[in-house]
Write a protein that binds this ligand. Sequence first.
Ligand code: MN
Length: 246
Amino acid sequence: MLRCDHTTSSTGFVTLVGMKTIIPSPATASLPIVGSDQRFPVRRIFCIGRNYADHAKEMGSSVDKAAPIFFCKPADAVVSDGADVPYPQATSDLHHEVEMVVALGNGGRDLTPDQSLALIWGYGVGLDLTRRDLQAQAKAKGNPWDTGKAFDHSAPVSALRTAADAHVRAQTTLQLHVNGARRQHTTLGEMVHSVPEIIAALSALFELKAGDLIFTGTPAGVAALQRGDQFHAELQGVAELTGRIV
Ligand code: MN
């Protein structure tokens, strides 16, 4: 297993610490940690699509167990718990997708599911916010999903809880309320690809590293959010996320 070094990588990349940069270096996105004043730095955000059969069905799709769908969001799309989420530009159909989020504390590539478990640092809950109209247009044209998925503020995520403290089981519930009404609800046992299977499949495509987040898919019930809506996402006993669309 390859491990991430904070100053150099296997390709010789050297960080700019202490060096003068021609423009200000972008800030590192990060998330709070339950019970700690330290934060979790976010490197990349990977997402899996169609990982609950009931959601795939509501989107008019089916599940292909042999061919998981992956897409990415930029690290600086994260929004911390409690913060307002601006209604994005260029859409009139902003959808919520509540998802368990896995945070990696180690990296690697070409891993087996058994090896993948050792990468998990912790867990949280997030919203894979989606400009559904732009995603539908992209799907119809066979174009990439980036405009529908990878926009600014598209990844509200709760404070993270360490794997040692997070009791994540098949019967753990994942749910989302909007303005007090339940919109989405499932148990983690309904996932098509398990967390170790997702990590293993991603590691066959990308070298994963500490700081990576993985959105693990959404159950049925995705629907539109409007300005003023209050959301409350919960991964039972592990994480809660609240916020408001403004
Ligand atoms: Mn999703």
